[in-house]
Design a protein around this ligand. Structure first.
Ligand code: ATP
Length: 271
């Protein structure tokens, strides 16, 4: 157990968090608790507040203060974090991260992965890279089957290649959990399936996966809990088989959505 985390505390606890933008509550007194080991998918239509929730977790957005000063959000039992310490426990791959790294013409895959140790985008002259860090970077690239991308500039990578490198970067400090935003967006059919298999191996390794998405097909067999978001609130929350139904998804999207099981995965189609 890391000394800066509280033993037995939930991975994530959100307590009536309200995030307001331009006078509008885009997260509305949202409460949510996720335990370590509880692989979870958070699903919602466009505009339901998923990105805002991710930004609340990553400290890019802050919730309105509670009158009694209790924290709106805590991670691993702590409500105050610096980004550097938090990244050692919670790896994050979001659309923002993807965009920032793939527009950096100077950065090669290997340095992008190593920079995970410094919570920076690439390496600077004051960064000292130890042999252990090199070993961890090679291991992380192997995990995502991305060894061949080590010398390739991020700017020249396909979406799927860059996604693999960024997951390696998120994994390089051996975090306890991985938070991912629509991980297969932009990947072709085969790349998506191979990528999901990589995530399954990461889950099997004991890291908690939290997937935020509107793609039902991304919900891995290991994910047993599904949370549906609507208008900045939790709409449904529970075991996957109970939540991923035609009735719930149709109510969530406001149109008929048929849900089917396909092997260990789920599919949904608007009809
Ligand atoms: N700065 C802002 N000012 C006002 N409203 C905002 C602002 N940022 C986001 N919103 C609104 O908050 C709501 C939630 O946005 P958010 O980006 O979190 O949704 P989302 O579920 O991630 O959507 P998507 O699937 O399209 O990415 C949307 O209705 C959006 O228009």
């Amino acid at each position: 157990m890391n000394e800066i985390t509280k033993s037995g505390a939930p991975l994530l606890k959100i307590d009536e968090a309200t995030v307001s933008r331009n006078g509008r509550h885009i997260l509305d007194a949202l409460s949510l608790e996720i335990a370590e080991g509880e692989h979870t998918a958070i699903v919602g239509p466009n505009g339901s507040g998923k990105s805002t929730l991710i930004k609340l977790i990553t400290r890019q957005h802050y919730a309105l203060a509670h009158p009694d000063n209790r924290p709106s959000i805590s991670l691993f039992g702590q409500d105050r974090w610096n980004v550097f310490d938090l990244r050692a426990l919670l790896g994050i791959v979001s659309a923002d991260v993807h965009l920032a790294f793939t527009t950096d013409s100077e950065l090669i895959g290997y340095d992008a992965v190593i920079s995970g140790f410094f919570a920076s985008q690439g390496l600077a002259s004051h960064h000292t890279v130890t042999p252990d860090m090199h070993a961890a970077a090679r291991t992380a690239l192997r995990w995502v089957e991305g060894e061949h991308l080590a010398q390739k500039p991020m700017e020249q990578m396909s979406t799927g290649e860059a996604r693999r490198v960024l997951i390696a970067r998120a994994l390089v400090r051996d975090p306890r959990a991985l938070l991912m935003d629509e991980p297969t967006t932009g990947l072709d059919l085969v790349a998506s399936r191979r990528f999901l298999e990589t995530l399954r191996r990461i889950a099997a390794q004991g890291k908690t996966l939290i997937l935020v998405t509107h793609h039902i097909t991304e919900i891995l067999p290991e994910i047993q809990r599904v949370i549906l978001m609507q208008d900045g609130r939790i709409f449904r929350d529970g075991p996957k088989a109970e939540i991923l139904t035609t009735e719930n998804l149709s109510a969530l999207f406001g149109a008929r959505v048929e849900v089917r099981k396909n092997g260990e995965y789920y599919e949904a189609e608007a009809v």
